[in-house]
Design a protein around this ligand. Sequence first.
Ligand code: MN
Length: 260
Amino acid sequence: MSAWCFADHIGPPAPDAGPSGIGPHPHIGLQTVTWIVTGELLHRDSLGTEQLIRPGQLNLMTAGHGISHAEESTQRNSGLHGIQLWVAQPERTRHDAPAFEHHEDLPQTDIATGTARVLVGSLAGVTAAARRDTEHFGAELILDIGTGSIPVRGSDEHGIVVLEGAVSVSGAPVTPGNLAYVEPGCDEIPIHTYTRSRLVLFGGEPFESPVTMWWNYVARSTAEIDVANASWATGDDRFGETGSTMNRIRAPRPPWRTGH
Ligand code: MN
């Protein structure tokens, strides 16, 4: 919905959860928006970035033409709970150089029955500092029991992922593991919270075009993905080196390349 094209809810961790890092892998054409609730991750990328991310902080990586990164678990804390969202880059910026931002101070505001921390874009008049290539926003909401509504722009479409708790959105129940979709056309989202809940609300204007997504690539065609994947397989300069000692992750075979 809008430029938001993927949501990976990480955890909550099982009691016996071990390390949960991910070795070096490539991306093109997207931004990763990483938000941690408990635990921590060490981000290393081919720009030379080495950045620890802790709860309440935002990592925003822009892949553009190509970047590789590793997300390592640390000795200190392997009980990881969080979410990584992907934002498709528009044609205007998706072939540009990669970039990375880390934000420690995120603006907050009261909203519905609780508070919102704005990660990207604007919500309820509060604006985050993070880079943004399209008209989209994302926020973490912590809501107490009760009924309220979230003011939004009528031209936007929205998604909600519940990280902890249980809510209903426009009357439909949403719990961890579900994705709620709210189509454009309303200027507030009615929300009822059954138990103190933590959720991520994201939205924006409908995206400029369909995208072709496969593995870690956001593109416009399978041919573009084949070219990127060949660079990753051969280790040419496109995706660089992360400096991580973890094993590089190999791509599976694309479904459109069968019969070999
Ligand atoms: Mn990644």
